[in-house]
Write a protein that binds this ligand. Structure first.
Ligand code: NI
Length: 158
């Protein structure tokens, strides 16, 4: 496994539409493993393949409940609304206020290419929506209600 370089906003690959995955080849499996490692190393809750320069419909999410692999994901149902802070590993040091559904149902395939239906609430719903949008070349900054704000980080204790 290896940590991959995270593309930053302004990189045109982040504005492109990604292609469907037809099978999990060893190369895709390696990409999944690398994306998880890259997400954890960057303390993110989600990462989409275009963020590491690969135009495939693949994202990983972990909101603290364990890793979720999303292949060819699609939001199939939404309910309610939440407005809150959102950030992205491709836009470090910033956050924005974004309104998302409170609850989403997502259809996807897992790393064994099994069809799965996932439900997410609150942060998980937000993460699903955010990552799936990356696969169509969109970023949360387009939805940020009053622009981007500087994030203030607490100093990490070593
Ligand atoms: Ni993002």
């Amino acid at each position: 496994m290896a940590v991959r370089n995270i593309r930053q906003m302004g990189d045109e690959i982040l504005q492109k539409k990604c292609k469907e995955i037809k099978e999990v080849t060893p190369r895709i499996q390696e990409l999944i493993d690398d994306m998880l490692e890259t997400m954890y190393e960057a303390n993110g809750v989600g990462l989409a393949a275009p963020q590491v320069g690969v135009l495939k419909r693949l994202a990983v999410v972990d909101v603290g409940e364990g890793p979720i692999v999303l292949i060819n994901p699609r939001v199939v149902e939404t309910e309610g609304e939440q407005t809150g802070e959102e950030a992205c590993l491709s836009v470090p040091g910033k956050y924005g206020i974004v309104t998302r559904p409170m609850h989403v149902k997502v259809e996807a395939w897992n790393e064994h290419m099994e069809h799965v239906e996932l439900e997410g609430e609150e942060l998980l719903a937000r993460a699903f929506c955010h990552e799936i949008e990356h696969l169509d070349g969109h970023m949360y900054v387009e939805r940020a209600e009053d622009g981007l704000h500087e994030a203030v980080y607490e100093e990490e204790e070593e």
